[in-house]
Design a protein around this ligand. Structure first.
Ligand SMILES: Nc1ncnc2c1ncn2[C@@H]1O[C@H](COP(=O)(O)OP(=O)(O)O)[C@@H](O)[C@H]1O
Ligand SMILES: C=C(OP(=O)(O)O)C(=O)O
Ligand SMILES: [K+]
Ligand SMILES: [Mg+2]
Length: 575
């Protein structure tokens, strides 16, 4: 999305950033090497844990991830290094429940910048196939994978398709172009040469010149700049600028006539273009965790893509996320959400198709419907738009982020703020601290929302899991337990628990690394990888020992434990 110039704000001079300072976790204030504790010898795999005391800070004061210091014990259980630091520092109650998605772009594609985002709490890295070439995307995806493997993170990767939207060309390489009031610009469907003369913009959609009429309005980026169509000359459409603004490369275009969007022909374009299919093949080959489909219009395309992935990816599971960003998607909202594995409220393009004042209520409706249907939901676009240029957010942006957290969306997303802004880490820091504060406020006020959860399961066995999760979440709140532990093969029971939005964090244990990464998108879940075992008793004993050894739980902590193998609920104190 384009960035607006802010005239009110006096920019604070940016502090010189010290790139080496944010690659390391700060040493928690209470961090002391603890005396070795005796761990009950419960199972063979936990028997050596007493020999793994907490690591001491190194002489230069940096925190060494536990897993790096103790590779042998780390082989039995694994949790994201950033979450582990948070748990050790603040305890269960104050872990962040709202997940954070960062769009990666030129400002954040380097290994050091990616690591700084992971340390700062990025749960999902998004690459937008509208921008950058395949080599660039491959480099980012592999860098995230390397970060996970080498530094103990579990950042999931989301690939976002370009979709068949109408957009401008890339301005012949210029970073932006300024359109002034009254200027005449030409929007042309002639095949673009790399360097176009001034005030000529290439349009990617061949039907464009046919579709527009003199008198139509042309919105760039949902109205960041506006033009009126004055004349058509074959492939060229002459337009006068009526609202000046900054044009960014590949900015989205919408045609308006008599107060509404002209979309009849655009609506005929396939949701997944041939370029998108090639990108999807690439995403499957690179093993991305999620594919987000732009400009979804119906459930059919989601179902089609899911069958395609199943046929192509041989077992590895990729979540299909529907982006709600058009009038057509709103018409078929429920069937789209039901078909998908998650949803993005893509307010950027949505706000270009419907009046802006309708976006907040639609956001709330989508967030609620996703919760009812047990699908993770991401609120996206312009959350901290001004931070593309400034190191602090506006009050209004903080209020917008707070509202999404208060609605209990699963995740918040940064776009330009992290892709090409000047302050990606600061923007992530704002999402993190606002989420924590609002979540705490919510719990203190004890505002257990009246939202009655409807039945979501189709089979009787699923129904049992659902009832168990609903009861466990209620018990967790009433008993004030420290955490719910859920042992889950496919993640389903963990997501049913997340749907209840309990007061305490949910520790989700799975032996699948891909399930673990996907659970990273869901509210309140702390996904752990735990080596496979079907025996609940041994799972519990192993987990307690391993987590105690890492200082993540303590004797006496009250825990509710669930398992999707046994469909059981147990309440217990950590021994
Ligand atoms: N891979 C990339 N390469 C270059 N620029 C990018 C990339 N990804 C994102 N950006 C920049 O960040 C901005 C915001 O990203 P995003 O919201 O994902 O895209 P868009 O603005 O096209 O909807 C883009 O307009 C673009 O300027
Ligand atoms: C998230 C969105 O999609 P994109 O950034 O790909 O346009 C949006 O339109 O809000
Ligand atoms: K996109
Ligand atoms: Mg969009």
């Amino acid at each position: 999305m384009a960035t607006t110039a802010r005239s009110l704000h006096l920019p604070t001079p940016p502090k010189p950033s010290n790139p080496s300072s944010h690659h390391r976790l700060p040493v928690p204030s209470h961090f002391r090497p603890r005396p070795q504790r005796l761990v009950r010898r419960l199972t063979a795999s936990s028997s050596d844990l007493t020999s793994f005391p907490d690591p001491a800070p190194t002489p230069n004061g940096v925190y060494v991830p536990w897993a790096a210091a103790h590779p042998a014990a780390a082989a039995a259980i694994d949790v994201d290094a950033a979450t582990e630091a948070e748990l050790r520092e603040n305890g269960f109650r104050s872990t962040r429940r709202t997940k954070l998605v960062c769009t990666i772009g030129p400002a954040t594609c380097g290994a050091a910048e990616l690591e700084a985002l992971a340390v700062g709490g990025m749960n999902v890295a998004r690459v937008n196939m509208c921008h950058g070439d395949r080599e660039w995307h491959r480099g980012v995806i592999r860098a995230v994978r390397r970060l996970n493997d080498e530094k103990g993170f579990a950042v999931a990767v989301m690939m976002d398709t370009e979709g068949s939207e109408i957009h401008m060309g890339d301005l012949g390489g210029a970073p932006s172009a300024k359109a002034e009031d009254g200027e005449v610009w030409t929007f042309s469907v002639r095949s673009s040469d790399t360097s176009l003369p001034d005030r000529i913009i290439h349009v990617n959609y061949d039907g464009f010149a046919e579709d527009v009429k003199a008198g139509d309005e042309l919105f760039v980026d949902g109205g960041m700049a506006r033009f009126e169509v004055i004349e058509k000359l074959g492939p060229d459409v002459k337009c006068r600028c009526t609202d000046p603004g900054l044009l960014l490369p590949r900015a989205n275009l919408t045609i308006w006539r008599d107060g509404s969007v002209v979309r009849e022909r655009n609506a005929m374009l396939p949701t997944i273009s041939s370029k998108d299919w090639i990108d999807i093949d690439f995403g499957i080959a690179e093993g991305v965790d999620f594919i987000a489909v732009s400009f979804v219009k119906s459930a059919e395309v989601i179902n089609h893509l899911k069958s395609y992935i199943t046929a192509r990816s041989r077992g590895s599971d990729i979540g299909v996320i529907a982006k709600i960003e058009s009038i057509d998607a709103l018409k078929n909202l429920e069937e789209i959400i039901r078909a998908s594995d998650g949803v993005i409220v893509a307010r950027g393009d949505l706000g270009a198709q419907i009046p802006l004042e309708q976006v907040p209520s639609i956001q709330q409706k989508i967030v609620r419907m996703c919760r009812q249907l047990n699908k993770p939901v991401i609120v996206a676009s312009q959350l901290l738009e001004s931070m593309i240029e400034y190191p602090t957010p506006t009050r209004a942006e903080v209020a917008d982020v707070s509202e999404a957290v208060r609605q209990r969306a699963d995740a918040l997303m940064l776009s330009g703020e992290s892709a090409m802004g000047r302050y990606p880490e600061k923007a992530l820091g704002v999402l993190r601290s606002v989420s924590l504060r609002i979540e705490k406020w919510w719990r203190e006020e004890k505002r257990h929302e009246a939202l009655e959860l409807q039945d979501v399961s189709s089979s009787f066995s699923d129904k049992i899991s659902e009832e168990i999760c609903n009861s466990a979440a209620k018990m967790a709140n009433n008993l004030g337990v420290d955490a719910v532990f859920v042992y889950t093969k496919d993640g389903h029971m963990a997501s049913l628990l997340s749907r209840c939005r309990p007061d305490c964090p949910i520790f989700a244990f799975t032996s699948s690394t891909s399930v673990r990464r996907r659970l990273n998108l869901q509210w309140g879940l702390i996904p752990f990888w735990l080596s496979d075992s079907d025996d609940m008793e041994s799972n519990l004993n192993r987990t307690f020992s391993l987590l105690k050894a890492r200082g993540m739980v303590q004797s006496g902590d009250l825990v509710i434990a669930l398992s999707d193998m046994l469909q059981s609920i147990q309440v217990m104190n950590v021994p």
